[in-house]
Design a protein around this ligand. Structure first.
Ligand SMILES: [Zn+2]
Length: 122
């Protein structure tokens, strides 16, 4: 990065832009969406931006924006992960969901214990 002072400003801008680009990709056809995804990745790389959850929206190898026609999403309960298969190039990607599950359970436990407490004081 040439101008280190402006890095944070750039990051904010880049975040906004990538969000817009993904929104556009969702609204357009597959061929057009590919271009949007490519430019979003380019912006993210230039500004050291993490795409995070958005990574699951497109194929890592051929940059196809996923919809119900060009991808298959399956849940593997044995290995506790989401498997996304790109039907255009055959690339498979995994995202574990164990952590999310644990967090959900924690939240649920806290809520339940809170309810028990409330019932005690009734
Ligand atoms: Zn692909």
């Amino acid at each position: 990065m040439a101008y280190k002072r402006d890095e944070e400003k750039f990051k904010g801008l880049a975040e906004e832009r990538t969000e817009i680009l993904f929104w556009l990709a969702k609204a357009n056809t597959e061929e057009v969406a590919k271009g949007y995804v490519k430019s979003a990745i380019r912006i993210a790389k230039f500004c050291n931006l993490r795409l995070g959850n958005k990574k699951a929206l497109f194929c890592r190898q051929c940059q196809t924006f996923f919809n119900s026609e060009n991808s298959k999403v399956r849940l593997n309960s044995k290995k506790k992960r989401t498997e996304i298969l790109c039907l255009r190039c055959g690339y498979k990607r995994f995202y574990g969901y164990e952590r999310e599950q644990k967090e959900k359970r924690k939240k649920k436990n806290i809520l339940e214990s809170g309810e028990q407490l409330r019932n005690k004081f009734k």
